[in-house]
Design a binder for this molecule. Sequence first.
Ligand code: NAG
Ligand code: NAG
Ligand code: NAG
Length: 500
Amino acid sequence: MATDYDLVILNGVVVTDTDVGDYDIGIKDEKIAKIAKRGDLKDAKTTRTIDAEGGYVMPGGVDGHVHLQEPPLFGKGSSADNYETGSRSAICGGTTTMVTFAPQKKSEDTLLDTLHATHERARNNCYMDYSFHLLVGNPSERALSEFKTLREEGITSLKIYMTYEALKLDDGQILDVLLEARRQKITTMVHAENGEVIDWMTKQLEKRKLFAPKFHGTSHPPVAENEATHRVIQLSEFMDSPILIVHVSTPEAVAHIKSAQNRGIPIYAETCPQYLFLTRSDLDKPGFEGAKCVCSPPPRESEADCDVIWDGLANGTFTILSSDHCPFRYDDNVTGKKTCVTDEYPVGHFKYIPNGIAGIETRLSLALGENRLDLKKFVELTAANPARLYGLYPLKGALEEGKSDADINIWYPPGKMEAFQLKNEMLHHNVDYTPFEGRTLKQWPRYTLLRGKVVWDRENGGLLGEKGYGKFIKREPSSLAKSRHAGEWNISEDGTFGFS
Ligand SMILES: *[C@@H]1O[C@H](CO)[C@@H](O)[C@H](O)[C@H]1NC(C)=O
Ligand SMILES: *[C@@H]1O[C@H](CO)[C@@H](O)[C@H](O)[C@H]1NC(C)=O
Ligand SMILES: *[C@@H]1O[C@H](CO)[C@@H](O)[C@H](O)[C@H]1NC(C)=O
């Protein structure tokens, strides 16, 4: 018997970034085939039916900031998740597409070897669809000349750092990258912290023998982020090259971004759950416990800081909400946070604590459960905009007939789920803790679909997806981040510079 659909989802409250409504959804050959008025598909010929029972039905999450299986770049400690465990964790929390980093070392001249090596790590290992941002550690002439090839290979974004000895670019190198990225329609992500301010503060703390995890926060003062954010906005404006400032955490940085956006400059901004839910008090736990929340920038002073970040999400200053999943085990002195605990430093030394926390599985549930974001805004920040920004829309992040992959989260309808306390043992990463342990969650995806296949069914088997089902997606240039002027940036013989 011929069927119209492989799967039909009935009775959902369908939410995209532009619409909330009662629709049924028909899926065929991995795609969204039909969005119809509620009830219209109840008699459709289909292989399988899922009754959403009035729960929200949303595009699968797109996480644009994920670190997996990176070679150690500084200090000790290595990533706890590889492509298999990281992508497994993601789909169990409703994220169906991720963009991870392919990190080039300073000692390497080329980006293409880095790209190929990262493909090797990911290939046949992923539960979810994926792409890569090239992390440019050494913008050599050769590396810059390869941006064009990256574009052809479907890599339309890269990332640079303004801090960390092993990765930091100076301002001239940043201009080199921005110029060539603009030429190739590549979006540049920037870790904006002033590395010299951080080093200076670190020395001040060491002189005073202050080593506990909480001093990580002290060593990354807001001024480091504020200054670097302002500086890179100026550099981006000078080159007319769009940038996305990652993991923004301070009110002053938000204000710099807002003011640039008001002037019409293509500046985009990201934040992460750690800047919505964690504060200095999470770093200031007895003994070494605070190391569980060490990431950079650090969680900021107080809930008032978190409120400013929430406001920026709600009012459109932020473009995307990502996880910055950067997993290290805690109770592990070979690869994890405890590599820095020694006889000399019994509560560790903040400078050597592996920087980063896990969060790919909890990002959506944490943010949705707070009810602080309008539903359409939530989808925009966690799925639609990351897809637009990184050239995946409307294949991902949308529910468009004939165009979008059938990547879908079906959430619990009202009354069907009791609030619960998050425990690490519920999660599917390879990390021995979550920085969000004990938080009350009011939502969790009931079903997650990737290209029409149910990969997560919370009540019937949990993880149903398979390693290797996820595939690499070649990306288009950003449909969001565009330079303002036509023509090449250049200096003319009369000494003026600009776009010709
Ligand atoms: C949006 O929120 C940010 C952060 O709280 C604030 O700085 C900005 O002024 C707000 N903008 C508007 C237009 O409300
Ligand atoms: C690491 O931890 C193990 C088990 O607790 C312990 O036996 C070992 O001595 C530790 N190694 C270092 C270098 O601290
Ligand atoms: C830049 O300007 C010079 C003249 O100053 C010209 O020869 C050159 O072709 C221009 N380059 C580009 C990429 O437009």
